[in-house]
Design a protein around this ligand. Structure first.
Ligand code: BTN
Length: 263
């Protein structure tokens, strides 16, 4: 992964004005969190790594992070928002990802709260973490992992239990994807959406996110802490909560859970 090439390709106003590429880290989110905390890094600082030894996903899951094939990237934001609105940053990243996949003429969908799917299989995920004080966000670290050039063989061997629901852009298109170009496109889209967020606010972003939300007004089955909840996915609010319409017509608010995709 070439830092100079990425820097020469990106054309942004805020995101990636400071950008560093590492060859191996525990987790790009952890590196950026420490830098934000200790060095007071600025809004839009980006950390990229060629591989991660302790890549993390949502709900403390591992994120498979082999060298040389994928994208592992974290972006620092310093927005002036309340803690409860911080999930909008997962939406910003999901939107930027989904719009980047458009460049490759492939249709992607967002799966609440943080997955990007192509043909119903996960190709990318977002992990949003934050530091706050007095109910205000101090900073947010948005981590993005994209399965870009992962082969089917590696998906089968290394992601056994989830291999049937995982894909890569390479597998979907049958051609190798240039990581540096993909990253520069992703950062550009994120920069555009962040600027729009600053002008138009949270409600606009949530509405735009919903246009790419694969399950809007569809019947869904959710695993919420081991409890299965079924209903129709009706809306997401500006705290990132999902509202599911139950058979009795009541809306149930879901704070965290996994939508189960049945294959
Ligand atoms: C998920 O789908 O559960 C979220 C996956 C997020 C993975 C990325 S890779 C870059 C950043 N560093 C991490 O340790 N995790 C995120």
């Amino acid at each position: 992964m070439q830092e100079d090439r990425i820097k020469s390709l990106i054309d942004t106003e805020i995101i990636g004005k400071k950008l560093s590429v590492y060859s191996d880290v525990d987790s790009t989110n952890d590196v950026l969190h420490s830098l934000a905390y200790e060095n007071n890094e600025q809004d839009g600082t980006v950390i990229i790594s060629d591989s991660q030894t302790k890549g993390r996903g949502r709900l403390s899951r591992n994120w498979f992070s082999p060298k040389g094939v994928n994208v592992y990237i974290s972006i620092l934001f310093r927005p002036k928002i309340l803690v409860q609105n911080s999930p909008v940053f997962t939406f910003l990243a999901s939107l930027a990802l989904s719009e980047t996949f458009d460049n490759y003429k492939v249709q992607s969908q967002i799966k609440w709260p943080n997955d990007i799917l192509i043909n119903n299989k996960k190709v990318a995920g977002v992990l949003t973490e934050m530091k706050s004080s007095n109910n205000l966000v101090e900073f947010i670290v948005v981590g993005i992992g994209v399965n870009l050039n992962l082969s089917k063989k590696e998906i089968k061997e290394r992601l056994r239990e989830v291999s049937n629901s995982t894909t890569s852009l390479f597998e979907e298109l049958g051609k190798f994807i240039d990581r540096e170009i993909f990253i520069s496109e992703l950062l550009k889209n994120l920069d555009d959406i962040y600027l729009i967020f600053k002008r138009q606010g949270i409600d606009y972003i949530v509405a735009r996110w919903a246009c790419r939300w694969g399950h809007l007004n569809e019947r869904v089955k959710l695993d919420v802490d081991g409890k299965i909840i079924e209903g129709i996915a009706r809306k997401v609010d500006n705290c990132g909560y999902l509202y599911v319409e139950k058979s009795n017509g009541n809306l149930e608010k879901i704070i965290a859970g996994d939508i189960i995709i049945e294959s």
